[in-house]
Write a protein that binds this ligand. Sequence first.
Ligand code: NAD
Length: 483
Amino acid sequence: MNKNTPITVAYGDGIGPEIMEATIKIITAAGAKLDIETIEIGEQVYLRGNSAGIEPEAWDSLKRTKVFLKAPITTPQGGGYKSLNVTARKILGLYANIRPCISYHPYVSTKHPVMDIVIVRENEEDLYAGIEHRQTQQVYQCLKLISRPGSEKIVRYAFEYALANNRKKVTCFVKDNIMKLTDGLFHKVFDEIAAEYPEIKNETWIVDIGAAKMANTPEDFDVIVMENLYGDILSDVAAMITGSVGLAGSSNIGENFAMFEAIHGSAPRRAGQNLANPSGLLLGAVMMLNHLGQNEVAAKVHNAWLKTLEDGIHTYDIFKENISKEKVGTKEFSDAVIERLGKKPSTLKIIEYKKTVKKEARKSEKKKMLKERKDLVGVDVFLDWSNGSADDLGEMLKKIRSESLILKMISNRGSKVWPNGYKETFCSDHWRCRFVPSHENESVKNSDIVELLSIINDAGFDFIKTEHLYNFDGKPGYSLDLG
Ligand code: NAD
């Protein structure tokens, strides 16, 4: 007899405890071989003064089991609380978030009868790095960080997922017409890695029109790989248009850990009323059973769940008078799934999960990337200033001359306002002042920047940050200006 596998379970907040109870009841009845360690996370932990929403002993359990089945939690309103979801994904290195969004026509009402999309969302970088600053009275910033290794890992994961799951196409959504460096890198990495998988079609869409197309003709998409924020937003859209956000499960996969959950939140208004649809978390648990190699149990649960949908036994969120047969609560829905264990759907596609032998991902055939030459060619000095117009500031800064650097340009919120700006351009109190070598092609040293800052400071300006301007193999590693 196979041994039980230890897993860590958190019942979460809001509807969490009800949907977790239903999920555990179903998978246990189906024969899942699990040793469950329960941890407390979420609202009560936050309100006890733990700003991370998780106690140290809970991490010990996660480190031991390496597999986490997690119900949604409520992050209390107000500042000072760190998102436990983001923390868990980062600390456990869960770089890939997989969110299948499938419609169940004609049993669940949907505008999109043919929809079977898997969103592969990057889970650790982007604006979710959570590096935010308030710099002036008027301006706040959030840093968007995209790394080459992070992009390579997620894009390769998407193609390996497509291969392993018999998917035919991987689409990339980016906004590199605007964010040329960050999204430009993601797009470039996508093209490089796509070339190593010629048997899988690939395409790229600008995220805005891609999202519109996905919401209108989802049947045109298969696997879609995206950066963190686009993936977060668009997987909710994709799940919702299948019929309900309550229908989609999700896995978060890393090298050593894995976390499984529903894509929706804790829906506090529905809590404690035996109303919530447990399907999202149940499908997350099905993904977990596959991850643990308990494929037969996973298929048994998945098919019984499909049969329950086919039989018209629906929770309130998917109940439709002329489609559904019986409106049920969370408990009755889980009992209906348990009654159908061993049965298969008659119209919806029967699920078969095979034991997958963990294969090494296809290795890049490319030679190791050569390190590019990095030259410091200038500096953007950001000022908090509100004593006049762009021309006034330009005139004042023109007089500031260090040994080697002079003012070239001033921009405000990304638009050039000096020299030759438009007086109509709105200016906040956050100015970017670009300094470049006084003699063309002269190299810049960090000490030149220190000297410049000292002069700027002595002149009474409030400098709030600097960004160094680098060329990589002669190509600018910074954005040029609009205007
Ligand atoms: P939500 O996803 O919790 O709920 C939005 C609405 O969707 C609900 O009011 C409900 O009508 C419906 N819904 C969601 N899940 C359902 C289900 N299983 N069955 C039936 N209907 C369902 O989003 P929200 O209201 O914006 O967020 C509530 C809380 O959840 C917030 O504190 C948020 O931070 C948290 N949240 C947690 C997670 C997570 O733990 N992974 C994810 C998202 C949001």
